[in-house]
Each structure stands twice: as C-alpha cells, then as structure tokens.
Design a protein around this ligand. Sequence first.
Ligand SMILES: *Cc1c(COP(=O)(O)O)cnc(C)c1O
Length: 223
Amino acid sequence: MSLKEHFARVRARVDAAAARAGRSPADVQLLAVSKLQPSALVREAYEAGQRAFGENYAQELRDKAAELQLPGLQWHAIGGLQVNKAKYVAKVATAFHALDRAELADELDRRRAGLPPLDCYLEVNLAGEASKSGVTPGALPALLAHVQGLPHLRAVGLMALPPLEEDPEASRPWFRQLRALAAAHGLPGLSMGTTSDFEVAVEEGATVVRVGTALFGARPPRT
Ligand SMILES: *Cc1c(COP(=O)(O)O)cnc(C)c1O
C-alpha cells in the first residue's frame, strides 16, 4: 500500500468512528506523528494533502521545520520538553500537546512573544504512572489558571497517553475520564488516541488523534 492509501484508510476509520458516535468527522483532526521519520516522508504526506504533523523531539522539530517550509504545513510538538529546548517549539509550532508544568509554560510564553499565541494542551497523567509526565488531575486547576494568565499561550484542551494495553477498549475509561475533566474545566480540545486506540478515542470525543505507525509504518530507531 502507498503512503497515500495508508492515510486514506486511517482517515476513513476516523470518519467511521465519528459517525458511530454521532459526531461530525470535520470535528476530528488527524495529526500525523512523523517523529524519527525522514523529511522525505513528511513531504510525501504533505503532497498527498496532509497538513498537520506531530514531532516529539525539539531539535528534530527545529530541523524539519527549517527544511520543510511549505504553505499551510502545521507543526505540533507532542513530546515531553525540557525548559532549555522550549525555544525551538515556541518558534515553529502551532500547538504543544504536553504542557505539564508552570516553569515550562513561562519559558514557552516568553519565547512566543511576537507570534500568534501557542495552542496548548495540558497533559494529564490519569493513571499516576511514574514513568510518564503530565499533571495529576488534582494539580490541573492550578496549572490551568497559571497558563490562562500568560499572554502568548492559549489553553485549548487536555492531552493524555493512557497505559498501553493490547485491547483498545482498555483505553476507553481513561478517555472518558479525560473528557469529563476537560468539560469540568471548560476546555473544548481533547488530544487523545494513537495507532493502538484512535477509534475508541474518537468515539469518546477526541478532537485530535495523534497517529504515527498506522500512517507511516514502523519508526526507525532513535539514534
Ligand atoms: C509516538 C507518539 C504517538 C504516535 O504513536 P503511534 O503508536 O505510532 O501512533 C502519539 N502520541 C505521542 C505522545 C507519541 O509520543
């Protein structure tokens, strides 16, 4: 199957999941996670009509953004970020999906001055996993209030990466929790669902799904 066919298939699965939930497919953005994939593949996806790409690593994002300056192409930074690399994200990204602490928000805000506000999803660690980043649900209100006080960031939603299980249905309760949490805080955006569970995420209200492997195939190892 060609890259274009992979994209069309995933998009059709997103649309079908939206239809099952009585949602409009137009309300679900497909973010193509291109981390560790070569720029040539990003370009090929762009030529097939894809516009939003997700990257995890700040320097890789910086380099790809410099190389691929294409009209309408949007970069979303989706991975954990060190404060000293926030500048790379603030300079080129449309959105950041892993905001988890005030110190990082402050640096992104400072580096974003002069550009349109950076759309931010606050990452929530729903299962309290020590291996994962994200704020606890209890700490969310304080972080949200902090972000809402910063002029160059826009808190648009919540993001989560639930514990990885073989059965996509195992993610459903976590997605429901995230949706309830976002609603309780008046946030419209829900960044949830990856290759393993994006259809369940769409059924549970995802407004952005972050899909890599199902679109591009297996990732090369990180060197
Ligand atoms: C890598 C990654 C994805 C995409 O994962 P796939 O399983 O390849 O779809 C989504 N979200 C985050 C935060 C990631 O790091």
